[in-house]
Design a protein around this ligand. Sequence first.
Ligand code: GCO
Ligand code: CA
Length: 270
Amino acid sequence: MAVASLVPQDSKESDLQGYSFDLTGRTALVTGSSRGLGYAIARALGHAGASLVINGTSAARLEESATSLRDDGLSVKTAAFDVTNEGSVAGAFAALDAGGLEIDILVNNAGIQLRKPMIDLSLEEWRSVIDTNLTSAFIVGREAARRMIPRGRGKIINIGSLMSGLARPTIAPYTAAKGGIKMLTQAMTAEWAEHGIQANAIGPGYMLTDMNQALTSNPQFDAWVKARTPSRRWGKPEELVGTAIFLASSASDYVNGQIIYVDGGMSAVI
Ligand code: GCO
Ligand code: CA
């Protein structure tokens, strides 16, 4: 996909700084990217020029996804590690260091959903959602930032949710975690922006993803989403990737601590 510069062709090279969506020469690590939104985001960052490191817990599934991305002509490495386990994350980053791989762009995408009324929720269930959806972004973000700070630049994109700002029944731990993702993003800005790092979040709305299978196949829920969303439809995963490319590129060098909702307008209206 040709990435056009936004500045008229007669501009001087120096004018182009901060105007390009081109990720050539950058390496992007996307957690939870063997399928779903993570895969779609990784693929798009690759087509915008980035070399990819994709992540999941299953090495076998990762290899399958890497093969299909390589079939697209993309440069892909795999890193199977558990984003909730700091030893596993530290080991993965040590391996990347040893391989001479510098992560310029981190997308904290890994996450799970668990739908159950809070009074029926076990503490273990609560903790597993918080660990996978929120603590993981701290653990992986901390390892990445430890290496981005000395380099004086880096891009961190945390995948939040419509639930970073709104709630509905039966998804309390996911909602709390995604609200935490919004504020963790702002905390990253508070500590890391002065080191040339831009940390921002994307808040997907109701997207047609595997995670939402149970919802899209529920006629009542499907009708509710279409009535509640100004765009009157579910979002497509590929409709998220432009925002990811923007936040991964020099075009967003002065954007920091923000969450961009990609939700068909749902969070803007009652
Ligand atoms: C749910 C869904 C939402 C979606 C939506 C918002 O049960 O309400 O899982 O939380 O994830 O994409 O992010
Ligand atoms: Ca979501």
